[in-house]
Ligand binder design. Structure first.
Ligand code: PEP
Ligand code: MG
Length: 606
């Protein structure tokens, strides 16, 4: 058992609730490799694959070395030389071959076993400089693994050693959105939650975790130092805590809270059929955010008034061939049909930053195989609408698929990450072109389909009067709006404490956007995570928001809260908060409101 028995670790809670399970520690490399046994007759082939992987990285390093500019600091060459040495070291080059021969396992598996062995040896070294070189070994191995995968989607290995009936808590340095997508498909593991050392609460990994309904805490710095394989772990996402090896009394208390939460959820279900209104009768639309077509089921179960955000990019990730127009059409039409005439807002591809296509998919777009990942600063790089405008065929294919799906429901198009008015004009020109193409093919679509835009960068929030001239609706992506306003990478745990949704600048941009939309008669929604935060409901309502789009699991709790709020009080609160320039006092004003007598618990449906 870990020395940190009963230790509580702090991070950022994701989703809500408590999870209790046994820890399974994932090595970074374990996330990325496929593990399988091979036949004896395939040993030579497998060793050949390994050799080709090493050779490919050798060529890559040679290529990099021959392109070092004269002004580059000498450390660059030293770094490449070090990686070359590691690559040629028998410890890494030879031992995995023996493992393939003796254990009859695939090249990737053999390489990661040896990696862990080498890292263990490094950790035992007394010299800190040398100890830290294990990071270089890892990086070299990751290059070889990537060469071996030849762009195949990454796959997470099955966790080992889980007793029947036990639930699992994954503990990892980081999980990529692609890993989460993979987890989503796994029916064979009973995952209770996960803990990561890196990542912010609004990273796309966190958002996907929420859509899996998994309590999680991210940005837990020493997680893999304190938690050991098989430890009993409790995740308390609401308190941003991970408790390692809790005492019996603590476990009993957590079980009690779990039971209470379950009872509350049962009570909340009674609200499903009720219209969402404030205490003073103002109607508010509660919409769902979804990542994959099958998530529409959760939206319906929560009684959503529609889909306010379908993050279409998840159809494009974790695969080597991009989805065809027909495949996309099926996905969009499935959601449109399921929602039976309720609005379905499909966001066009928001790829880039932490949501990446596989190497093979990128290659199919014409990005050369050997080409470096183009973004050195991906959140500010070729992302979302910028990506789509750079790859017209990709964009047109998606637009045709969305337009075709508009025939079977109430579909709307939402364009992400707009900053310039000319991006809107170009996007609208693409929509017109896609319509033309469908007309030529005699395929039907809803000619009155609405096109809206996301307000995610400060430039957009400050351009609302111009944007509303061209767009039929707006949706505020607060996750990115906070990131870009405060210059905080939303997936970087080291600056997560500065990612403050109550920063006055952020609140002003949100308030201004809502007001600007109302003035022009253009509907405005919030579809970032703030829309589902109970702490924010009254403030957003008071700013004039009438469309909240959130993860389906938050719809009923927000609805419950709305029943207890009056718009008059909410407007007063918003006025007070927007006049305030100190985030601490803003927080105090909200806390004060929330600590006033609790709304009566839901007992029966009206
Ligand atoms: C947002 O930025 O708030 C948003 C809803 O989009 P995403 O989280 O997918 O970037
Ligand atoms: Mg966004």
């Amino acid at each position: 058992m870990a020395e940190g028995r009963g230790e509580a670790l702090k991070g950022s809670g994701v989703a809500h609730g408590i999870a209790i399970g046994r820890a399974h520690l994932l090595a970074r490399s374990e996330l990325e490799v496929r593990q399988y046994t091979i036949e004896r007759r395939d040993v030579v082939h497998e060793i050949g694959r390994l050799t080709s992987g090493f050779n490919a990285v050798r060529l890559e390093l040679d290529h990099l070395r021959s392109h070092i500019s004269a002004e580059a600091p000498p450390e660059v060459r030293a770094f490449l030389d070090l990686h070359q040495m590691i690559l040629d070291d028998a410890l890494l080059a030879e031992a995995p071959r023996d493992l393939i021969r003796t254990r009859l396992i695939n090249a990737e598996w053999a390489l990661t076993i040896q990696l862990e062995e080498v890292c263990r040896q490094f950790q035992a070294i007394d010299d800190e400089y040398l100890r830290e070189r294990s990071t270089d070994v890892r990086q070299v191995v990751e290059r070889v693994l990537s060469a071996l995968s030849e762009g195949r989607p990454t796959r997470m290995a099955l966790p080992r050693k889980i007793a029947p009936g036990e639930r699992l808590i994954l503990v990892a340095q980081d999980l990529a959105p692609a890993d989460m997508l993979h987890l989503k498909d796994r029916a064979d593991i009973d995952l209770a939650g996960f803990v990561t050392e890196l990542g912010g609460p609004t990273s796309h990994t966190a958002i996907l975790a929420r859509s899996l309904g998994l309590p999680a805490v991210v940005g837990v710095e020493r997680a893999r130092k304190v938690i050991e394989e098989g430890d009993l772990v409790v995740i308390d996402a609401d308190s941003d805590l991970v408790v390692v090896n809790p005492t019996e009394a603590e476990v009993a208390a957590f079980h009690r809270r779990l039971r209470e939460e379950t009872e509350h959820r049962v009570q909340l279900r009674k609200l499903k059929g009720r219209l969402s209104r404030t205490k003073d009768g103002v109607a508010v639309e509660l919409l769902a955010n979804i990542e994959l077509p099958q998530d529409a089921r959760d939206a319906l179960e929560a009684g959503a008034d529609g889909i306010g955000l379908f993050r279409s990019e998840f159809l494009f990730m974790d695969r080597n061939e991009l989805p065809t127009e027909d495949e996309q059409y099926e996905a969009y039409a499935k959601v449109a049909r399921a929602m039976k005439g309720k609005p379905v807002v499909i966001r066009t591809l928001d790829i880039g930053a932490d949501k990446v296509l596989t190497a093979a998919a990128r290659e199919s777009l014409g990005m050369g195989k050997g080409a470096p990942r183009p973004e050195s600063n991906p959140a500010l790089g070729l992302r979302a609408i910028r990506y789509c405008l750079a790859y017209p065929e990709l964009f047109l294919t998606q637009l045709r698929a969305i337009l075709r799906a508009s025939e079977v429901g109430t579909v709307r198009i939402l364009v992400p990450m707009l900053a310039h008015a000319h991006e809107i004009e170009q996007a609208l020109a693409f929509v017109a072109r896609a319509k033309e193409q469908l007309k030529e093919r005699r395929q039907k679509y809803d000619g009155r389909i609405l096109v809206g835009g996301m307000i995610e960068v400060p430039a957009a929030a400050l351009s609302v009067p111009q944007f509303v001239e061209k767009l039929k609706f707006l949706s505020i992506g607060t996750n990115d709006l906070i990131q870009y306003t405060l210059a905080i990478d939303r997936s970087d745990s080291s600056v997560a404490h500065l990612y403050d949704h109550l920063h006055p600048a952020v609140l002003h941009l949100i308030g201004q956007t809502i007001k600007g939309g109302a003035r022009a008669g253009v509907p405005v929604a919030v579809c970032g995570e703030l829309a589902g935060e109970l702490e924010m409901t009254e403030l957003l309502l008071g700013m004039g928001l009438r469309q909240f789009s959130m993860h389906p699991s938050q719809i009923l709790p927000v609805k419950e809260q709305l029943f207890e709020l009056s718009t008059k009080d909410a407007v007063r609160l918003a006025g007070r908060v927007l006049r305030e320039s100190d985030p601490i006092r803003i927080r105090a004003a909200l806390d004060h409101r929330r600590s006033e007598p609790d709304p009566a618990p839901v007992r029966s449906a009206a």
